[in-house]
Design a protein around this ligand. Structure first.
Ligand code: HEM
Ligand code: HEM
Length: 200
């Protein structure tokens, strides 16, 4: 029987690359924000029109949060375009790599389409879009046809988005149960102080 040196043990554990801290923070903030926003969008349709202002207040909140999320999504897309995601472990089957690519591409597409279609749809109504209390300048004339078009895109994309998120979370849970290191790539790393650095 041959003894295994400590170095061999560390190299034997697959250490797939990790996402950057910026990517991890943006992923977490947007995951929570977008799931809230999807729930809010579905729920707010049931808010009654009386007392006056109640429904409009929730719609305004949805639009304002949506614009904040839209700005964070711009940052995330820019970060992603300039920082490649770490490759999956070598042992990952090809179909899983392709499924992950398709799922992530769908999620990114929905992240762009949702705030954009929401904003454009609202910009074609006769009411000004308010960013919290600030009324934004009107960009163009109201148009019932374009409002309906972008509204339909907004609703249609929200179904695709919800389905893609469900698949994504199920995949994350599956990887988490298997403890194959995929989930920890997207979680903050637990830092351990190196023993040599302990000078006290
Ligand atoms: C950031 C991403 C966003 C997500 C995930 C999101 C999600 C949703 C969802 C799920 C609905 C309900 C769809 C339905 O049942 O018809 C909805 C409706 C709506 N959203 Fe958004 N939304 C986002 C951004 C925005 C923005 C930025 C605006 C406007 C500035 C906006 C304006 C609206 C309006 C006016 C509705 C009511 C239905 C309609 O007239 O189309 N949304 N949203
Ligand atoms: C609205 C919800 C979410 C969205 C839009 C979303 C979006 C994304 C996207 C686009 C990526 C690919 C990142 C890249 O390579 O650039 C990703 C990766 C990842 N997400 Fe999410 N995510 C969401 C929620 C979640 C949740 C709730 C979990 C955990 C249960 C999760 C776990 C992960 C993990 C582990 C990865 C890394 C996968 C890999 O290494 O290939 N996500 N997410």
């Amino acid at each position: 029987m041959t003894a295994t040196a400590p170095e061999d043990l560390t190299t034997a554990i697959p250490t797939p690359g990790r996402y950057t801290t910026v990517a991890i923070v943006l992923h977490a903030v947007l995951a929570i924000g977008l799931m809230y926003q999807l729930g809010l969008g579905v729920w707010m349709d049931s808010v009654p029109k009386t007392p006056p202002g109640l429904r409009a207040g929730w719609f305004n909140w949805h639009k304002s949060i949506g614009m904040v999320l839209g700005l964070l999504i711009v940052l995330r897309v820019l970060w992603r375009l300039t920082h490649a995601s770490p490759p999956l472990p070598d042992t990952t089957p090809r179909w899983q790599i392709q499924a992950a690519r398709l799922n992530h591409a769908t999620l990114y597409a929905c992240m762009v389409v949702m705030p954009l279609s929401g904003f454009l749809g609202s910009s074609f109504t006769k009411y000004p879009i308010k960013f919290f209390d600030l009324a934004l300048p009107r960009l163009w004339e109201a148009s019932a046809e374009l409002k309906t078009l972008f509204g339909t895109i907004h609703t249609g994309a929200s179904y695709v988005f919800m389905a893609a998120i469900a698949v994504h979370i199920l995949a994350a849970v599956w990887h988490g149960v298997r403890r194959d290191g995929v989930v920890s790539r997207m979680l903050p790393q637990r830092t351990r102080a190196p023993i040599e650095a302990d000078t006290h």
